[in-house]
Design a protein around this ligand. Structure first.
Ligand SMILES: Cc1cc2nc3c(=O)[nH]c(=O)nc-3n(C[C@H](O)[C@H](O)[C@H](O)COP(=O)(O)OP(=O)(O)OC[C@H]3O[C@@H](n4cnc5c(N)ncnc54)[C@H](O)[C@@H]3O)c2cc1C
Ligand SMILES: Cc1ncc(C[n+]2csc(CCOP(=O)(O)OP(=O)(O)O)c2C)c(N)n1
Ligand SMILES: [Mg+2]
Length: 576
């Protein structure tokens, strides 16, 4: 018997090594889900909101580096995927989305549940195509997968239910994606220009992003030769913080350490595999060069003296022989000392607030850092959890950090933890969740129970949309609309079959974390934290300072506010 479009889809996924699809079933998707069921090879990972399916697939793809798949039924079903797909696409995670569609004969009539997915998903994909004929399908599928894996991002197939159920004509070509990994390095002239720039400079700083994922060794070799401090973006932290004597931390509002200083005080700044978005933190006085595998991104965040297209590892390998070794370590040593001083301040601060009530989130994060596995995957909610993750959780060599880092969506951490745990069933997966974020996709707690995923949720329950509250304060506005009237989340977790523990006493933080991390199954630790903590950026502007002061007239500021290396996170009650 001839194969149907849906059967070919599933067989092609199997041939490409795919063993799971995240989604929610629905009539237009029935031929596909039924082919999945009959395959016996592909698991259907049933979530409670399609957005979670896309987030989970994105985390799965980002962590494994392999294509991951999610699916939604026609109209509202696939529409719900969109936020997670934006996230995947902007994180360059290879994700194939199957958007089931209304019957092909009804398209354009305003039919029940009709949307136009090929238009809706255009902006969050490299490829997005409607399948209107079975013969078209195998090559559309091939092209979609090829786009997702080679351009790294999202591809969407819009598949009407009736077309999915049709038989494929004989001879329709179908094959899996070719994973072609080229060597990409700048042309010799460009390399020579970069070498000249670096050789002529007295001091150089490297700033590294997630594009350095496979280039730890090369970056360190370059840093050693140039005696260059190495700063990194949040996405770069997991690759560059560990085993790196040149590391000087992060910049941006979450920044800490000496990265800001090192980037501003050097003669030449070399940006490697980063699209760090906050241009106000970029220096203007050093000469700046950038290496990115996507040349269209060169120079879009800062003024550049030189922009080169290349893979970070391949480029450094070709560059190293052209670079003269520098003997003077003064700049590196100065920045390293500053970095160490900032690290000591962070530690001292944690000790200082460790016994305070309400519980300080920094203390929770720092204690979690001590207790978590060196191989843990941390998913980090957008909000203040990003601050705690960036500053207090160390990126040990085997650890990974996943967040909605480029798209900045709330509610990402729990569904990303689902994808991480499905991909790595034996690994410790910890979701750093905000109370606002968790509540937004709270149905996914049920997914943990249903699929027996032993995800550990550390909930920073500050009863507020904390990051926005802080933003309002920085802008000098009284906060409004931030307060959250929350349930006892531990009791709620227990009600849906998870281990649930609530902590309000700082002395209980460590034992509760130990207990939670030791649980066999999924667990939620509801930590009631101080809503009023302040996270100061490494460089606070006068306007920001004024904003805080305006909003909190009682608060007096530490005079170090303008000290660029001061990463102290002050609770305003510390300065009555
Ligand atoms: C609430 C919140 C606050 C945040 N605050 C901060 C902050 O203060 N500081 C901070 O650093 N981040 C912060 N982030 C994260 C930030 O928004 C960006 O996501 C992050 O800085 C980008 O990191 P990146 O440049 O490494 O990754 P991306 O933006 O993904 O850029 C990676 C670049 O590398 C290129 N590339 C990929 N592979 C290669 C390769 N092999 N060779 C060469 N090039 C390659 C890509 O083309 C891309 O241009 C925050 C996020 C949130 C949610
Ligand atoms: C989907 C979405 N809605 C709104 C925002 C704006 N926003 C960013 S952080 C944040 C607050 C997050 O609150 P919570 O999860 O409680 O974390 P907290 O900052 O309190 O730790 C909001 C509303 C967003 N980024 N994404
Ligand atoms: Mg909150």
């Amino acid at each position: 018997m001839a194969e149907t479009v849906a059967e070919r889809l599933v067989q092609t996924l199997i041939d490409a090594g795919i063993r799971r699809v995240y989604g929610i079933v629905g009539d237009s998707l029935n031929p596909v889900t039924d082919a999945i069921r009959r395959s016996g090879t592909v698991d259907w990972i049933h979530v409670r909101h399609e957005e979670a399916a896309a987030f989970a697939a994105a985390a799965d793809a980002e962590l494994t580096g392999q294509l991951a798949v999610c699916a939604g039924s026609c109209g509202p079903g696939n529409l719900h995927l969109i936020n997670g797909l934006f996230d995947a696409h902007r994180n360059m995670a290879p994700v194939l989305a199957i958007a089931a569609h209304i019957p092909s004969a009804e398209i354009g009539t305003g039919y029940f549940q009709e949307t136009h997915p090929a238009e809706l998903f255009r902006e969050c994909s490299h490829y997005c195509e409607l399948v209107s004929h079975p013969r078209q399908f195998p090559r559309v599928l091939q092209t979609a997968m090829q786009h997702a894996v080679s351009r790294r991002g999202v591809a969407v197939i819009v598949l009407p239910g009736d077309v999915a159920a049709m038989e494929l004509p004989s001879g329709a070509v179908g094959q899996g994606p070719f994973v072609a990994v080229p060597v990409v390095r700048p042309a010799n002239d460009d390399l020579a220009r970069l070498a000249n720039l670096l050789n002529a400079a007295r001091t150089v700083t490297l700033f590294c992003g997630t594009g350095c994922a496979r280039a730890h060794h090369e970056v360190l070799a370059l840093a050693e030769k140039l005696k260059a401090p190495v700063g990194y973006s949040f996405r770069g932290k997991q690759w560059m913080e560990h085993d790196n004597p040149y590391a000087v931390g992060m910049t941006g509002l979450l920044g800490w350490g000496a990265a800001y200083d090192a980037m501003h005080a050097c003669d030449v700044l070399l940006l490697l595999g980063t699209d760090f978005p906050y241009d106000t933190f970029m220096p203007t006085s050093p000469r700046i060069a950038q290496v990115d595998v996507r040349p269209e991104r060169l120079g879009r965040r800062s003024r550049l003296d030189l922009g080169l297209c290349g893979d970070v590892g391949d480029t450094i390998a070709a560059l190293l022989p052209l670079v003269e070794g520098k003997g003077d370590r003064t700049f590196l040593d100065r920045m390293s000392e500053r970095h160490e001083r900032a690290r000591r301040k962070l530690r001292a601060y944690v000790e200082h607030v460790g016994t305070r009530r309400p519980i300080h989130p920094e203390y929770v994060a720092a204690t979690l850092d001590e207790l978590a596995s060196p191989e843990a995957v941390f998913t980090v909610d957008t909000g203040m959890c990003a601050v705690w993750g960036a500053r207090y959780v160390h990126a040990a060599k085997g650890r990974r950090f996943v967040g909605s880092f480029n798209h900045g969506s709330m509610a990402n951490a729990l569904p990303q933890a689902i994808g991480a745990q499905v991909a790595y069933p034996g690994r410790q997966v910890i979701s750093l969740s905000g109370d606002g974020g968790l509540a937004m996709l709270m149905g996914e707690l049920l997914t943990l129970g249903q699929h027996e995923l032993p995800v550990k949720i550390v909930l920073f329950n500050n009863h507020t949309l904390g990051m926005v509250q802080l933003e309002m304060e920085v802008a000098g506005l009284p906060h409004h609309g931030c307060e959250l009237k929350n349930p006892n989340f531990a009791a709620l977790a227990q009600a849906v079959g998870l281990e649930g523990v609530r902590v309000e006493d700082p002395a209980q933080v460590r034992p509760a974390l130990e207990r939670m991390l030791g649980c066999k199954g999924p667990a939620l630790l509801d930590v009631v934290t101080d809503p009023n903590v302040l996270a100061m950026p490494p460089k606070a502007t006068i306007a920001q300072a004024k904003g805080f002061a305006l909003a909190m007239t009682k608060m007096a500021f530490a005079d170090e506010l303008d000290d660029v290396t001061d990463t102290v996170m002050s609770n305003w009650r510390m300065f009555p």
